[in-house]
Design a protein around this ligand. Structure first.
Ligand SMILES: [Fe+2]
Length: 204
């Protein structure tokens, strides 16, 4: 998905203005989330990889999918911070202030996997709200093309599944604005989904 990027990994700017997602996500939250949290993941990933030029041509998917090939001293840091970069880029790119709608092919896949868009939303929301601690709720595609909903902890990658859509339920994603009301954040987040991007990630 970000196959052209390799070390040194950039802090990609948000694809919209910091205030574009208000009132669902306020500018202050996005500034902290992108400029502080994501930047830290980017910096720490680059720091860990810096002494190992043999990995400087690997993109992030290659690194995360082959994490056990990396030297043990940096494996954990690269997994956590590389996952942090990868997951956050997907997350920020999954949102928009524009009005978009899912492609017919994606809607068909949702109906085939979950029965209806409403059922999908309920299941996705439930995964996000019930995740214990910090992590992500995902809609992914498996090898057979079916859609599934998963939870991952911390910054774990979702490979070998193909990521389609994800919501960040670390407290840093919502606490400044919603405090402990994670369910309200998640419910509102559905209004920000960039269905053009989601439909492109999906392989019919
Ligand atoms: Fe986050």
């Amino acid at each position: 998905m970000y196959e052209l990027e390799h070390y040194p990994f950039p802090l990609k700017p948000l694809p919209y203005a910091y205030n574009a997602l208000q009132p669902v996500i306020d500018a202050r939250t996005l500034h902290f989330h992108h400029d502080k949290h994501l930047k830290t993941y980017v910096d720490r990933l680059n720091e860990a990889l810096s002494p190992y030029p043999m990995y400087h041509t690997w993109n992030l998917e290659m690194i995360l999918a082959n994490i056990n090939e990396l030297p043990e001293q940096i494996r954990r840091s690269v997994w956590e911070n590389g996952g942090g970069v990868y997951n956050h880029q997907l997350y920020f790119d999954s949102m928009t202030s524009r009005s978009t709608s899912p492609s017919p092919a994606f809607q068909q896949a949702v109906i085939s996997s979950f029965g209806s868009m409403a059922q999908w939303k309920n299941t996705m929301k439930n995964a996000a709200v019930t995740l214990f601690g910090s992590g992500w709720a995902w809609t992914v595609q498996d090898d057979s093309g079916q859609l599934k909903i998963l939870q991952t902890a911390n910054q774990d990658a979702v490979f070998p599944y193909r990521p389609v859509l994800l919501v960040d339920v670390w407290e840093h994603a919502y606490y400044l604005q919603y405090q402990n009301r994670r369910a309200d954040y998640v419910e509102n987040w559905f209004r920000l989904i960039n269905w053009d991007v989601v439909s492109q990630r999906f392989t019919p």
